[in-house]
Design a protein around this ligand. Structure first.
Ligand SMILES: Cc1cc2nc3c(=O)[nH]c(=O)nc-3n(C[C@H](O)[C@H](O)[C@H](O)COP(=O)(O)OP(=O)(O)OC[C@H]3O[C@@H](n4cnc5c(N)ncnc54)[C@H](O)[C@@H]3O)c2cc1C
Length: 369
């Protein structure tokens, strides 16, 4: 509500100022929609979008994931003249048949990927205790998280899109002119709503009367000391039950034991568990033994949010008119987020997109026969 008692009206109100919400708002602003972003925290991207491993990973085992990653890279170049990915290259180790599958998806979008066997691994990464097989993607690397968020906010500011922080959405009600959005200090209305609440997505679904199966899961990241530095690209072992990754960071190494624990989010920080350090040391022991005994500079936990099929939730909710989802970004949000926002924005604008069907919320909302 404005000072004179009028309810502010927007074409689209985006709830959540992580990568999903900011990117969707950016695409909508480019299409000249009157958009507003509402974020509960004091700043945007303080949750998963600011606390992740920042790995730009194009390798995936499903085609939409690879397509979105590749498209996001092009969108990063449109968003910022400064490169938003530092191309360290990334090595992925997995069973041969899974790598074959991923290589087909990568080739379909034109990403160069090299197959590394034992000989290449001995030469390129002599400290790594692995005979492969692996796939090395030279154009993968480390995302400038701050750079992406700054560039999105700058673009939104330039387009006159208000991004209101410290503004929690507490109620969403359907009215004559669309959706009425209640926050502790204001009332707004939007013809359409985009729900991009990350780990809090299920709660937003409840507010619009459209429950969604979104499950937040905690994962830990660990910053390790490496006295002689870490000269390596991103290295990710994807074998089931033995998954672990590491990459250079701030003169040390950032690593994860790739843990996954169902977690109900509160409003504070996600508490971390020392057990993660033990798991990481065990996983690194037979893989990169130099890191297994490194001292820990810092470690933290954060939430990745999944749909039951672990694919994104993007598009219109058939049960709630004018409601669109940008959710379920799982562990791929920083890589795929810019392109996912484009998919969601197309749905809001009533335009078709080749990924609408695969990512549609309707796959979880259809009545059971
Ligand atoms: C440990 C870890 C490592 C990861 N590593 C990588 C990686 O290397 N590469 C990669 O591509 N991805 C990675 N990810 C995944 C990536 O971080 C997420 O997919 C992505 O950040 C999710 O973005 P989001 O916008 O959906 O959620 P978030 O960033 O959580 O944003 C949601 C926002 O909505 C706000 N919100 C919620 N409810 C309300 C409300 N009622 N009112 C107003 N605002 C609200 C929240 O405050 C929050 O800011 C990782 C994730 C984790 C946890």
């Amino acid at each position: 509500m404005t000072k004179n008692g009028l309810v502010e009206h927007f074409d689209v109100i985006v709830v959540g100022g992580g990568i999903a919400g900011l990117s969707t708002a950016w695409h909508l602003a480019r299409a000249h929609r009157r958009v507003c972003v509402l974020e509960r925290d004091w700043a945007c991207a303080t949750r998963a979008s600011g606390l992740n491993a920042a790995i730009f990973r194009q390798l995936d085992f499903d085609r939409p994931g690879v397509q979105l990653a590749h498209r996001s890279r092009a969108l990063m170049a449109e968003l910022s003249a400064t490169p938003l990915v530092r191309e360290t290259g990334a090595l992925y180790l997995a069973d041969a048949h899974r790598l074959d599958e991923a290589t087909v998806h990568l080739a379909a979008v034109g990403v160069t990927a090299q197959r590394w066997g034992r000989a290449e691994l001995r030469v390129r990464l002599p400290h790594l205790a692995s005979d492969g097989p692996g796939v090395f993607i030279p154009s993968d690397g480390v995302i400038d998280l701050h750079g992406v968020v700054q560039a999105l906010q700058h673009a939104l500011q330039g387009a006159g899109v208000p991004v209101r922080t410290s503004t929690e959405v507490t109620a969403l009600t359907r009215g004559d002119d669309g959706w009425r959005v209640t926050t502790p200090r204001s009332e707004l209305s939007g013809a359409q709503l985009v729900l991009a609440g990350g780990a809090w997505g299920a709660g937003l679904g409840a507010l619009v009367g459209a429950p969604v199966p979104l499950t937040p899961r905690r994962r830990h990241l660990v910053l390790l000391e490496t006295p002689s530095g870490l000269e390596a690209p991103v290295v990710w072992r994807l074998h089931e039950g033995r998954e672990v990754y590491f990459r250079p960071e701030s003169g040390g190494a950032l690593a994860s034991p790739c843990d996954e624990t169902d977690w109900q989010p509160g409003l504070g920080e996600v508490p971390s568990d020392e057990q993660a350090l033990q798991s990481l040391a065990e996983l690194l022991h037979d893989f990169e033994p130099r890191l297994a005994t490194s001292s820990v500079r810092r470690f933290w936990g954060c939430l990745r949010t999944f749909t039951p099929d672990r694919d994104f939730l993007a598009g219109a909710d058939p049960r709630a008119p004018g409601v669109f989802w940008a959710a379920g970004l799982g562990g791929r949000g920083m890589t795929c987020g810019l392109a996912l926002g484009e998919v969601v924005a197309a749905a809001v604008l009533g335009q078709s997109h080749p990924l609408h069907e695969a990512l549609a919320p309707a796959r979880f909302t259809a009545p059971r026969s």
